[in-house]
Design a binder for this molecule. Structure first.
Ligand code: PLP
Length: 410
């Protein structure tokens, strides 16, 4: 029992922090969208800039994507077939998967979220079907996303599993030396900052045939040629020992998730997934509106507009880095973690920021360790320099008061 998960325990530990967050009015805000990551709270009309949106390129409110979503829905006249896709699917789903496969030069299949992509792909890899019929030793990075970790009990029924410290290449290489088949499970870009050590992972792949299953929820769109993310950018193109999952609801600005099963035309993997992976067989997939947005986003990703947006994002990251120091400074990724320490001081800081017009929600256990709370900030292409400067100045001023706030037991 509790070899992999202990929900009751972690819920109890975090309960107080959640309550403080709720009481501070930082939880479950009901808002109207004002476009470009700005919102108005319905209850009191307070307006704020979202400093923690996953929409790194601002595509969630891009007029062409919104229009394409509406048109696809109206033209099909239905959100879904309400049947298993194995039996039938709308043309727009076929078109969307072809567009995604062409864009990233992979064999892509879509599902209704990145979490579903984890549910779909991990059991397939653990079964050994993609590693010469030998179930690989499944090595999880300690910081791998919740949706990957939550699959451990399922995976453990098919393969041996182990967890190694974050980005510990020596530990991974040691396991590669001692096991015939090893599959490494981690994130391309980590939710609270940093990225996978791609050059080292590729070296292990080359030397030992290491299989990689990486979650690119934050990497896709954000960086790389045509927005292919940190993994494909480092590889130059997908290979047979790699499987990538991603959200299409973050940087991509559409909806749902995807699995890049392997090289384009990997029919065996596609058939295996469709015939054996639970969620792909059931009733939900990206709905027609989401598929319309996906098609428009794929088109945008193949155009010069993508590079323009990525450049704007990079300029905003550089501006932020010049004003606020974080461990992630200079890594070219949009996630910045401002560690405060005390949960209470973090909530107080977040509350002050919201009052001043910026939403930067507190992050605490179990996302980070106890007593290591902080603000997770996400930069976007559609933030103005004025907004970033104002936010950074405010953050710096408020943080100077932190020790006093902690002493006072706020
Ligand atoms: C957000 C996130 C997910 C979940 O994505 P959904 O599409 O919301 O299911 C998975 N992995 C990582 C690293 C994430 O940040």
């Amino acid at each position: 029992m509790h070899q992999f998960l202990n929900i009751k325990k972690s819920t109890r530990i975090s309960a107080d922090f959640w309550n403080v967050t709720r009481d501070a009015g930082l939880f479950d805000l009901v808002v109207a969208g004002l476009g470009d990551g700005r919102h108005r709270v319905l209850a009191d009309g307070h307006e704020f800039v979202n400093m923690a949106s996953y929409s790194y390129l601002g595509l969630d409110t891009h007029p062409r994507l919104v229009q394409a979503a509406a048109e696809a829905l109206l033209s099909e006249g239905s959100l879904n077939t309400s049947s298993s896709r194995r039996t039938m699917r709308f043309g727009v789903l076929r078109d969307a998967e072809i567009a995604l496969s062409e864009l990233f030069d992979v064999e892509a299949v879509t599902v209704n979220s990145c979490a579903t992509a984890a549910w779909t792909s991990l059991p397939l890899v653990a079964s050994g079907l993609f590693t010469d019929d030998v179930p690989p030793l499944m090595v999880f990075d300690k910081s791998a996303h919740f949706c990957l970790n939550a699959m451990k009990p399922n995976v453990a029924d098919e393969a041996e599993i182990t967890t190694i410290p974050h980005n510990d290449i020596d530990a991974l290489e040691d396991l590669c030396k001692r096991h015939r088949q090893v599959a490494y499970v981690g994130d391309g870009v980590y939710s609270i900052g940093g990225q996978a050590p791609m050059p080292e992972l590729l070296r292990l792949q080359e030397k030992y045939g290491l299989f990689l299953l990486l979650d690119e929820a934050h990497g896709i769109s954000t960086v790389g040629q045509r927005g292919r993310g940190v993994v494909l950018e480092a590889m130059g193109g997908i290979n047979d020992r790699t499987l990538i999952i991603t959200s299409l609801n973050k940087g991509f600005g559409a909806s749902g998730g995807a699995i890049f099963l392997g090289r384009r035309g990997s029919q065996m993997r596609f058939d295996t997934a469709l015939r054996s992976a639970g969620p792909l067989m059931w009733s939900q997939r990206i709905n027609t509106a989401g598929l319309g947005a996906l098609l428009a986003s794929a088109e945008l990703h193949a155009s010069a507009e993508l590079t323009e947006l990525q450049d704007r994002l990079q300029a905003n990251i550089a501006l932020f880095d010049s004003l606020v120091e974080t461990p992630e400074r200079g890594d070219g990724l949009p996630i910045r973690f401002v560690q405060v320490g005390s949960e209470e001081a973090t909530v107080a800081l977040s509350q002050d920021l919201l009052r001043a017009g910026f939403s930067a929600p507190p992050v605490f256990f179990p996302i980070v360790g106890r007593g290591r709370a902080g603000l997770r900030l996400m930069l976007r292409a559609n933030m103005t320099a004025v907004e970033i400067k104002e936010f950074c100045e405010l953050l710096t001023t408020l943080r100077r008061r932190e020790p006093a706030a902690a002493d006072a037991g706020v």
